[in-house]
Design a binder for this molecule. Sequence first.
Ligand SMILES: Nc1ncnc2c1ncn2[C@H]1C[C@H](O)[C@@H](COP(=O)(O)OP(=O)(O)OP(=O)(O)O)O1
Ligand SMILES: Nc1ncnc2c1ncn2[C@H]1C[C@H](O)[C@@H](COP(=O)(O)O)O1
Ligand SMILES: [Mg+2]
Length: 194
Amino acid sequence: MTDKLKDAKIVFVVGGPGSGKGTQCEKIVAKYGYTHLSSGDLLRAEVASGSERGKQLQAIMQKGELVPLDTVLDMIKEAMIAKADVSKGYLIDGYPREVKQGEEFEKKIGAPALLLYVDAKAETMVKRLVKRGETSGRADDNEETIKKRLDLYYKATEPVIAYYEKRSIVRKINSELPVDEVFAIVEKAIDELK
Ligand SMILES: Nc1ncnc2c1ncn2[C@H]1C[C@H](O)[C@@H](COP(=O)(O)OP(=O)(O)OP(=O)(O)O)O1
Ligand SMILES: Nc1ncnc2c1ncn2[C@H]1C[C@H](O)[C@@H](COP(=O)(O)O)O1
Ligand SMILES: [Mg+2]
C-alpha cells in the first residue's frame, strides 16, 4: 500500500457500458469536489499520445476487450498519487472490471468505502451508446463492439458487485431514470459516507 493514499476516501463506480457512470461522476465532482478518474479516459489519453503502448491499447479497446490489469492499475495509482495532497475523495470509474482487479487495487492502493453500482437495462445501454457514437468519436461506440463490451460486462464485471455486496458497501443506483433523478439517489449514497 502507498503511504500517500493510506487515508484516501475511495469510491468505485461500476456499471455496464453506457449505464451513465461518467455522467454521474461529473455531477459528483461538481457538488462534492471529488477527483474523477475514469480508467477508460486514462487509457484513451495514452492512445491519443500516439505512443507505442497507446497503439497496442487501441487495438484491444477497439475489440471491446479488457487491457492488462497491471497497465490500468499503474495508471490509476499514478493519477491518484498526483492528486493526493488536494483530493477530497476519489471516484474510480470503470474499475474494477473483474474481481482480480479489485483484489490487486486493495493490495497496492487501499480499500473502497463505497461501490456505486450504476444499473441500466441492456437495451437502454445499447441505445445510449449508439446515440453517443454519433458524436463521441470513440472507436468502440459501434454496434459490433458495444455487443462485445456488454457480454464482457455481464461475464466479468457483474461478479465484482456480488463480491463487494458481502461487505455491504454496494449502493445500487437506478440509472433508467432521468439524469437528475439518478443523481438524487447518488447524493444519498455519497452523503452517507461523510
Ligand atoms: N440517466 C440518463 N438518461 C439518459 N441518458 C443518459 C443518462 N445517463 C447518461 N446518459 C447518456 C449520456 C451519454 O451520451 C450516454 C452514456 O453515458 P456515460 O455517462 O458516458 O456512460 P458510461 O460512462 O457508463 O459509459 P462507458 O462505460 O462507455 O464509459 O448516455
Ligand atoms: N479497468 C479496466 N480494465 C481493463 N480494461 C479497461 C478498464 N477500463 C477501461 N478499459 C478498456 C476496455 C474498455 O472497453 C475501454 C473503454 O472503457 P470505458 O470504461 O467504457 O471508458 O477501455
Ligand atoms: Mg464512461
